[in-house]
Design a protein. Structure first.
Length: 721
């Protein structure tokens, strides 16, 4: 596809044609929408009014997903206040929610409320193990949610809610392509057979000959959901998911290459290969009007084999070293949850959860050849085994939450969860400083409390406050796969205090929200960079994360305006990684003070939408010593869509003004001695201006409203009925 085609004239033509369409889509009047509460699921693990939820929960609904046609989950999540997900290429990423841009285990990724990975096996890229085509909605809980969901839900939890089967047959087929070699074909099919509802959704994506060298990829995702209404008060929901990613890894660049040739990659053979399969089945019984019991069982099978770019280190003009890392885990787990309405004003939710996950891991040392003239790594051979071990991760948890409504419009919640986590480790090599610790076991336990209140101060104003605690134990990779044979790591604990306000006009045409928070971490586990690509986990004495998250949405005639953002300060309270280095009181690296996202959309008719989006990432320090700075960036994106009957054409221009920017920038400079930018600073370049165009066919169903401002959601798990 030519890089010279332009989407704006096409969008204008579509708008004019749509203004004269003969069969406009019928939408519910504003007075009807105003009668329905906005519902979220993740705050209490059951459908609950957002106004009764004392937590900052953001919901990306079907209308937003439909309007944006995302090829990467960050394209929709980055519209939520205080949420920023970098695009590291081919669905790889890292995340910032009440934390700096982090690779650490301070987030929890869920599918229908179930962690997609067991505790101790966090992967900052793990959102590529979700099938975005299966989403009926996505919810984000900001701040610790450990009292219901357990470890790692510290900065936040991201919960993809699979779309439920439709009442009548539906089919959607779509294809889109970019001028940069990306092609994506997707489908979504659903039907209902009496007591049985079925939905299948998936996509195939390929990247070839992109703007950056050594960046090809293949992605395949498939999800199946079966809902069986066994009896009037008994339902079984089964979800199967398969996600496969095989991608080249171009890696980051030094300062000179980033400035002069951002499309360059020194790598020719680095790769990441991921295969993630999950099966879960939830039996839900409403055996009394006041009760709901749910028994959920799950199985996971996940493998990640890679020769990663970040584990290649120069050792001379024509030589380098590197490592492969292979990990495979299987899981069996179950969760038994019961909700009881003890009285009209009191609800209790309690449960127990079990997870058993054996893990196989191996790392091999590599000798790599390098061409000094081009700077490229040209080949490798396996030298020796670095690590070869098994770990069985087992966890047992019990949780209880109470919701009391002593007054109309006033809700008090309190809860706690106790987690016991164990690692049983077997080293298949002779223990040493390079091959790992001797076989043994480690156990961690923690009780995470939470208490909050929500109050309808007026018909349009809702206030809430919450205290919650989160924790994260040392990761398996930190404990057994890092540079230290036996790191002395302690679980990290975080205390969160927040207060917020949500306001909306009765017709939902204007709304706003504001949250302030303070998240204090003790023993936060950080990756201390010794030099680029070489790091080890260490506990920081204390950290402080404070911020303000804000958002607003408005519908003004045929225009929509959405704005969201966050101002935050992330600092070390006490961090002395060595006897000669003290970063106490410094800003943490990768921590923009300001994140902002704004969109202006024009809906000239019922079947067209044209939107201009602006995205700002503020400046931040690249190093712990606060001496190397990334200046931040601002991007613009343009989208347009037009639907006529069952057919829809859509397109977008990403990075409209072709800005030069970095998705993430970092430095290992410690603030002392001479600084060497080409040896200590790294940049992951962002993509240049890119054009996408697509076509979609719809059969059956009701099109979502063209509007993407807040609308009511009444279903329990992201349905598209």
């Amino acid at each position: 596809m030519s890089k010279h085609f332009r989407l704006a004239p096409l969008a204008a033509a579509m708008a004019c044609a749509c203004a004269h369409a003969e069969e406009p889509v019928i939408t519910a009047p504003a007075t009807q929408v105003a009668q329905v509460e906005r519902i979220v699921v993740s705050g209490s693990r059951e459908a609950t009014s957002l106004r009764a939820t004392p937590a900052a929960v953001e919901r990306i609904d079907e209308a937003m997903l439909d309007a944006r046609r995302p090829t990467f989950i960050g394209q929709v999540l980055n519209t939520a206040p205080g949420v920023y997900i970098t695009d590291l290429g081919n669905e790889q990423h890292n995340t910032s929610i009440r934390q700096p841009l982090s690779y650490q285990a301070v987030y929890l990724y869920l599918e229908d409320g179930l962690p997609i990975r067991p505790v101790g096996l966090f992967n900052h890229n793990a959102l590529y193990e979700l099938n975005l085509a299966s989403a009926g909605a996505i919810e984000v809980i900001k701040g610790p949610a450990s009292s219901l969901y357990g470890a790692n839900s510290v900065g936040g939890a991201i919960n993809l809610l699979t779309a439920a089967p439709s009442e009548a047959p539906e089919l959607q087929l779509g294809i889109q392509r970019s001028n940069d070699g990306y092609t994506r074909a997707e489908f979504d099919a659903s039907t209902n057979f009496g007591a049985h509802g079925l939905r299948a959704s998936g996509y195939v994506g390929t990247q070839r000959d992109g703007w950056q060298t050594h960046s090809d990829a293949d992605k395949r995702s498939l999800s199946l959901r079966w809902d069986w209404q066994i009896a009037s008060q008994l339902r079984l929901k089964t979800v199967a998911s398969y996600n496969y990613l095989d991608t080249d890894m171009p890696g980051s660049l030094n300062a000179s290459d980033y400035a002069s040739r951002p499309a360059f990659s020194p790598n020719t053979f680095t790769f990441r290969n991921v295969e993630a399969m999950r099966l879960s089945s939830a039996l839900e019984s409403r055996w009394r009007a006041e009760s709901l019991s749910t028994l959920t069982a799950w199985w996971r099978d996940n493998s990640t084999d890679q020769l990663p770019s970040y584990l290649i280190f120069d050792t001379g003009a024509s030589a380098a070293s590197g490592r492969t890392t292979d990990q495979h885990f299987r899981s069996l787990g179950a969760d038994l949850r019961h909700r009881e309405d003890v009285a009209r004003t009191l609800r209790l939710i309690g449960g127990v959860s079990l997870d058993h996950s054996p893990v196989d891991a191996r790392e091999d040392n590599l000798a790599i050849t390098r061409d000094p003239a081009s700077g490229r790594y040209t080949g490798y051979r396996v030298v020796s085994a670095r690590r070869d071990y098994d770990v069985t991760v087992h966890s047992v948890a019990a949780y209880l939450q109470g919701e009391w409504r002593p007054l109309r419009g006033f809700t008090l919640t309190a809860g706690a969860r106790h987690d016991d986590i164990g690692y049983d480790y077997t080293n298949h090599l002779t223990p040493s400083a390079t091959t790992g610790a001797a076989s043994g076991s480690r156990d961690y336990s923690h009780t995470s409390p939470s208490i909050g209140a929500a109050w309808d101060a007026t018909r349009t104003l809702n206030l809430y406050t919450r205290y919650s605690q989160g924790f994260t134990p040392p990761e398996v990779s930190s404990q057994y796969g890092g540079a230290l044979a036996t790191p002395d790591l302690r679980p990290a604990v975080f205390d969160n205090i927040e207060a917020g306000a949500r306001w909306a006009r009765p017709d939902h045409r204007l709304s706003a929200e504001l949250t302030v928070y303070r998240l204090a971490g003790s023993d936060e586990i950080l990756s201390y960079t010794i030099r680029p690509g070489v790091s080890e986990p260490r506990n920081a004495g204390s950290t402080r994360h404070v911020g303000v998250e804000f958002g607003s949405q408005a519908r003004l005639g045929s225009f929509e305006v959405m704005f969201s953002g966050a101002w935050a300060k992330h600092r070390y309270g006490n961090y002395r990684p060595s006897s000669t280095l003290d970063f106490s009181g410094k800003d943490m690296p990768g921590a923009p003070r300001l994140l902002a996202n704004a969109e202006l959309a024009w809906l000239p008719g019922e079947c067209a939408r044209i939107a201009l989006e602006g995205q700002h990432v503020g400046a931040y320090w690249m190093d712990n010593a606060n001496t190397v700075r990334y200046d931040g960036h601002t991007l613009a994106h343009l989208r347009a869509s037009w639907r006529e009957g069952d057919w829809e054409i859509f397109g977008r221009i990403a990075n409209l003004f072709d800005a030069r920017y970095a998705e993430i920038a970092a430095s290992s400079y410690t603030g002392s001695g001479l600084r060497a930018p080409d040896k200590q600073d790294t940049y992951t370049p962002g993509a240049p201006r890119t054009f996408f165009i697509g076509l979609r066919y719809h059969f059956g169903g009701t099109p979502p409203e063209a509007s993407t401002t807040e609308t009511a959601q009444t279903h329990n798990d992201g349905v598209r009925s």
